[in-house]
Design a protein. Sequence first.
Length: 94
Amino acid sequence: MIVPVGSRVLIRPYKGKVQKGSIIVPERFRQNQFIALVLAIGPDVVSPSLKVGETVLYNNYVGLIVDKEKNEMLIKEDGIVGIVEGAGDVSIGT
């Protein structure tokens, strides 16, 4: 696994279907949403609410793909625009 340095965050963008309970959210409604799982956090990340295992929203075109096979990206902390609260009950195919 890649270890982020500085204020970078290692994420795994979600692909596939997004399901909340028994409702499947169609892709056409998700096309502008970039959702990812936080895998690792660099030592200079200042946001106390950002933790490994969180589901986040991030800007498009902000990351560097570091492992295409594992679908992992490094992004700067300021590329994260929000944390998805209550994501524990959301199933997202990878």
